[in-house]
Design a protein around this ligand. Sequence first.
Ligand code: SF4
Ligand code: SF4
Length: 165
Amino acid sequence: MNNTKNTEVERRSFWEKLYIPEIAKGLGLTLAEMFKPKFTRQYPEERWEPLGSYRGRPVLVDDVDGERCVACGLCSRVCPALAIEVNADETDRDKERFPVKFEINMLRCIYCGFCEEVCPEEAIVMSKDYELVFQRQEDAIMDKEKLLVPVAQLQDRLEFLRQYR
Ligand code: SF4
Ligand code: SF4
């Protein structure tokens, strides 16, 4: 092994051993980059709009006839960070059960998307929301009020899921 390495080094020309061509190539690349158009984003004035494949904050889908969640608890069981708490209650609507309490602790969430993957109702999805700032720990615990997002705002993600599942 060492012998092969030594032979390779010996085979290099004088200039290659000085590394000058490689240094010149590197400097050339840097110079070329300097004259290319810049794409620094002036955030927050210029906001970034992620694609449907983006995994931002998990949210609950608020459909035309209300929340899709049937409080089966699968998302809570699969969550590796133990971030989801669901309490079920009965309802006289078609779906029989609904989450009387649904909370996600965003200090724990690692954006893995497992909750979305196991949900049988497409009721919890990863949104495009990447702006999460909390001043107090309690603010990071999102209840149903903060989690429910109208289905119309989640179309990109829902289409992405249907395409790639
Ligand atoms: S994205 Fe992952 S960590 Fe976050 S709530 Fe869902 S399962 Fe838990
Ligand atoms: S979000 Fe989906 S997986 Fe979680 S409790 Fe509701 S229906 Fe079940």
